[in-house]
Design a protein around this ligand. Structure first.
Ligand SMILES: [Zn+2]
Length: 204
C-alpha cells in the first residue's frame, strides 16, 4: 500500500437531485483521456458508497496532491441554476462521516481537506477541513470516560429508583422491607465474622 497523508473531498459538480454513479464518472474521466475514474470513492445521493479507483493506485483528482492522497467524491455540488451549493443529502453526510472515519482508522496520520484548498474551484462546496477536523481525534479516551460516567449515572439512578420504590410503599410495608434489608446485612456481617474467626484459627 502506498503512503497516505491526505483524504481529499470533492463533488461531481452536477445539479442538486441528480444522482451519479461511479460508472458514469468512470466514463467521463475516460473521455478526458484518463485511465478511468480518478476518485477512490463516490458517494451517491442515497448514501451508497461506490468504489472507484483501487486505493493502492494513485488517483487523478487534485493537481499536485494525488500521490499520497485518497479522493472521495459526492454526487452534487450545484444548484438548479448551476451555481455552487452544498447539496449533500443527509444520507450522503452520514456516509461521508462513516467512510472518512474508517479511512482515518486505517490511515491515522492522514488529514482531511476539500479540493478547494488546492485549487481556485469551489469543490466540494463546503468547508471539509473544518467540518471533519475532529474525526479520528476524539475517539479513544473520551469514549471511555463517557462510559464510566454513564455507568455511574446508571448506578445512581438505580439506587434512586430503589429508594423511590420504598417511599411509594405504605408504612408497614416500609418497615418490613427495611427490617428485611437489615436482617440480610446483619446475617452477612455475622457470616463474615464467623469466616474471619475460622480463618484466624487456621481453619479453612
Ligand atoms: Zn474536486
Amino acid at each position: 500500500m502506498r503512503t497516505i497523508n491526505k483524504i481529499i473531498i470533492h463533488c461531481t459538480a452536477t445539479k442538486e437531485g441528480q444522482d451519479v454513479t461511479a460508472k458514469q464518472v468512470d466514463t467521463w474521466h475516460r473521455q478526458r483521456g484518463w485511465s478511468g475514474i480518478g476518485y477512490h470513492y463516490l458517494v451517491r445521493l442515497d448514501g451508497t458508497i461506490e468504489s472507484g479507483r483501487p486505493l493502492e493506485q494513485v488517483g487523478a483528482h487534485t493537481l499536485g496532491q494525488n500521490k499520497y492522497s485518497i479522493g472521495i467524491c459526492y454526487a452534487g455540488g450545484l444548484d438548479s441554476k448551476g451555481n455552487s451549493k452544498d447539496t449533500r443529502t443527509d444520507q450522503q453526510k452520514d456516509a461521508l462521516i462513516n467512510l472518512i472515519s474508517d479511512l482515518k482508522e486505517r490511515f491515522p496520520s492522514a488529514t482531511i481537506h476539500g479540493h478547494r484548498e488546492y485549487s481556485n474551484k469551489d469543490c466540494p462546496c463546503f468547508d471539509a477541513k473544518e467540518e471533519y477536523k475532529d474525526i479520528g481525534t476524539v475517539r479513544t479516551s473520551p469514549t471511555q470516560s463517557t462510559t464510566v460516567q454513564a455507568s455511574a449515572v446508571t448506578i445512581a439512578s438505580g439506587i434512586g429508583t430503589g429508594i423511590g420504590a420504598v417511599g411509594n410503599l405504605d408504612g408497614t410495608a416500609q418497615l418490613i422491607l427495611i427490617g428485611f434489608a437489615c436482617t440480610i446485612i446483619l446475617a452477612g456481617m455475622w457470616i463474615l465474622r464467623e469466616r474471619l474467626r475460622k480463618w484466624a484459627n487456621g481453619d479453612r
